[in-house]
Structure formats: C-alpha cells, structure tokens
Design a binder for this molecule. Structure first.
Ligand code: G1P
Length: 289
C-alpha cells in the first residue's frame, strides 16, 4: 500500500450527516439529529468548532434531502441568526448529498472530489467529543496519524461489553500509552465475537487511498457499505492503521439515542457559563424531592 501522502497535514474535513436519526423519533421527524440542541448549540456546531480548533478551515458536509437546515445554520449571511449560530472565524463550508442511504463508506466516498489527493479528517456529525480543557482530541489524532505515517487513524473509546453490538470494534496491538496499532476491525460484532471493547468513536484521519478501498467494499452489516470494512481491506493490503483511545476523563456523546442525548444536554447545561451554577442548584433540589 502506498503511504507517500501520509506525512502531509490534513487541511480538509468531512462531516457525514446523512443518517436518518430513526432512534431519535419523533424529535427527528422533520429536523436532522445534527441540529438537535445540546445546551445552547446544535450538535453539529460542536463538531465544527472541534475541527476549527485544529486549524482546518474547509469543511464538506454530506447531507440528504431532509437536512437543508444544516446549510441555513452555517450561512453567515442571515443577520438575524448571526449571534447564535455563526461559527467564529474563516471557515468555508461545502455541501454534497448522499441521495440513497447506502452506508457510511458510501457517504465518505462523496467527498472524493473535494478531498483530492490529500489526507483528510472525518468527523461524524452526531457525536460530540468532550476533551480535557488543555487538549484537543482531533489534533492528537492528526498527530498520531502523521507520526506513524499511517494510512488510517481511528479514535476509539472503551465501551461496556454489551454495547459492542452498536459500534465498529478494533483489535489493538503494541499498546503504547493511548496510541496503538490496529490489526483488525469489525462492524457491530455480537458480544461473543467482539475482539475487544474498543469502539470506533466517530473520528478518523484517512489518506486518500481509502477511496480505492471504499470502491472495493461490498455491502456488509445491515446491507450497507461500511467504512469499517474498507479499513479492514486496507489492513489486508498491509495498510498502516492506528488507533488512539479516549482518556478516562474524556468522553464521547453519541447523539444517536435518547439516553446519550439526555446525558449530553444535562452535562452541557450544567457547564453553561451563565446559568450552569443556577441549573446545578435546581437539579440538586429536584433530585432531593
Ligand atoms: C457508525 C460506524 C461505527 C462507529 C459509529 C460511531 O455506526 O459504522 O463503526 O462505531 O458510527 O458512532 P452508526 O452509528 O452509523 O450505526
């Protein structure tokens, strides 16, 4: 496998946001799950700010026909929204559509022209990562990718064993601190077949060769073209795949189900700079009743 591009720093990010959000009905009946509010901001704005903190300023959002409000949200010409919705700084947004729900790898393949022959970052639009105040996980992932001359670098989180059925699960090797090399990856295995409890946590860095592997990927779990399977093809072809694990005081909120959504909203409300402490008192009183 060719690794000539992997030392270059990614300059572009892709946010797949074309999922249906069926586990969040009825909230997602007529609005995208990426636009659900967590505290003061919609989920996707946290994702964009996380990307922006790495210095990347070109973002492609992969949407579908039900996701028009995503474009409106990041349109800085709407004066009356600008105070609450505009992301500071100089980000250029691009949009493309995945018209048929064929899977995450298919959504990522829509970014090929935008990405060109460069490494790039993929951040799923329904997950917020809460890092330590002093660090940026995405930046650490990019550095891990470059240091290891990787073809693919994936963020992982440890999950409860019964939850492995919901995620891509990795087989780690040579653990060194929080970074390790990945020797296998399987999408949503059964509990007894899971190689570990390390779950893919919605952030990836890819070298552009991934598009070739996506083209070779056959429909897998749920009859969808899974990016996990494309990465597994890269591994079979001697690709260098690395993982970075979230630390114990870092957390991912997977806003794809109500439990995680409530947890995220509660935590971010408690951390609100204006009403956080008042809300904490309120919550404490409520819990005493
Ligand atoms: C997708 C990926 C899976 C990953 C998960 C993270 O699954 O296919 O490998 O662990 O995102 O949120 P989905 O949530 O779309 O079913």
């Amino acid at each position: 496998m060719n690794i000539h591009q992997t030392q270059q720093r990614p300059r572009k990010a892709v946010i797949p946001a074309a999922g249906f959000g069926t586990r969040l009905l009825p909230a997602t009946k007529s609005q995208p799950k990426e636009m659900l509010l967590v505290g003061r901001k919609p989920v996707i704005q946290y994702v964009v700010e996380e990307i922006q903190a790495t210095g990347i300023n070109k973002i492609l959002i992969v949407t579908n026909q039900k996701k028009r409000t995503l474009e409106d949200h990041f349109d800085s010409n709407l004066d009356h929204f600008s105070q609450t919705s505009e992301v500071d700084g100089d980000i250029e947004f691009f949009y493309t559509r995945q018209s048929h729900p064929k899977g995450l790898a298919d959504a990522i393949s829509k970014a090929e022209t935008f990405v060109g022959n460069e490494p790039f970052v993929v951040c799923l639009g329904d997950s917020i990562i809460q890092s330590k105040p002093t660090s940026n996980i995405l930046e650490n992932l990019i550095e891990t990718h470059m240091e290891n001359q990787a073809n693919v670098t994936v963020l992982f989180e440890e999950v409860a064993f019964e939850s492995v059925v919901k995620y891509g699960i990795g087989t780690p090797k040579f653990e060194k601190g929080l970074a390790f090399s990945v020797v296998g990856l399987v999408e949503k295995p059964s509990v007894d077949k899971a190689p570990s409890n390390l779950a893919v946590a919605a952030r990836y860095v890819f070298s552009p060769e991934i598009f070739d592997y996506i083209r070779q990927t056959k429909p897998g779990k749920n009859n969808e073209i899974q990016i996990t399977d494309s990465i597994q093809l890269a591994l079979k072809d001697q690709g260098r795949v690395f993982g970075l694990k979230l630390d114990h005081d870092e957390k991912r909120f997977d806003i794809g189900n109500y439990r995680a959504y409530f947890e995220a909203f509660f935590r971010f409300s408690l951390a609100d700079p204006e009403f956080g402490s008042e809300f904490r008192e309120y919550a404490t009183k409520m819990l005493e009743i």
